[in-house]
Write a protein that binds this ligand. Sequence first.
Ligand SMILES: Cc1ncc(COP(=O)(O)O)c(C=O)c1O
Length: 394
Amino acid sequence: MPTDDQSTQTTQPSGPHGEPLRPMTAAQVAAAPMPYMRWAKAHLSWEALGPESICLGMSGLEPLAAQDRKHLGLLPPPDVGAAAANLKSALATRYDLTPEHVLLTAGTSHANFVAYLALARGGRIAVESPTYDAHPRLATAVSAHAASLRRDPRRGWRFDPASLAGVIDDRTDLIVVSDLHNPSGMRLAGEDLDLLVEAAERHDAYLLVDEVYADLDPVPRESAAHRSPRVLTTNSLTKAHGLPDLRCGWILGAPDVLARIAGWDDLVHPALPPAPMADAAAFEPQARERLATARARAALRSEQVNAWVETTPRVAWTQPTGGLTGFLLLEGLDGDEVAEHAWETHRVRIVPGSFFQTPQALRISFDVPEADLARALAAISDSLSTLATMAALA
Ligand SMILES: Cc1ncc(COP(=O)(O)O)c(C=O)c1O
């Protein structure tokens, strides 16, 4: 897609993640998690080889020529290096950072995985609870010990300071939170962010803020990555921008921390597909305007749910400060049973709170047409009252 803003376009030679091609010392290569890939990225790219060389180092067929692809009904080959470098540059512009503060990934999931892998494998991770289920499970996947940082529903899902003090210590490698919080949709309170940054700095840990919903905050804020070299943030175009098919994500952080993560990423994603990155780079300058519409629609739906909560027995929530999701706390009912009843009886699908470490809850995503939302909420009301009656009779 063409864009009016060509200021971020670059033709500088760069590696498959848009990184500048810099020679590495033998010691740097040897110390990398995958020395061969580090060496290959610096020495085997077409840009690094130059026109007069002969390369016996490539391990795949020469990429198909445009003519062959056309013959096969495929799109022409995209410009690999420029797509990644242009996306990095567009993101750096958006965040008022340099491209060295951006590491491209295939979505937030990939971003989170490589960050955990690089910074906390076999170590100790303090992760918010409740949270998106991947976070505690990623800790297990990288053989780390996970401890829960409690978010308190009675304080609008703010962190319980006692839990912060009790869980984070000098052994902690990584602290993980989301902003906006998934499932509750609450903004990370400024004072809580201060406490978390201070704790990371004091204990030589890193703070990872998963900002995949942050762009849907009605009060746009600076990314937490600006706060300290000990903070990194992860994000993508999946949730807040309606471009899940691109699988374009990123990590913002201090260049030396990103270099560590990039080394581990060699084992996972030696290169990213260039066509989605080119689309993402073209989309970036238009993102802000589109977000305003998405935020306004989500705010209306949130009001609709709030009005329902206020008049419905056995359910409570803290109305989200933004985003598309809310966490309904149930009084005396099991979220799995309510979710199953709503599906079996009304064909309304809701996520049980047990997937967010909270069995007496439901996570709803309310960015659906107004009439569908009204019908779904009426269905949940019916499921709540039917199951409460059955429980009373049992
Ligand atoms: C907090 C959080 N982080 C990350 C993800 C995954 O994002 P992506 O599609 O960019 O991998 C999700 C998906 O629901 C999420 O809720």
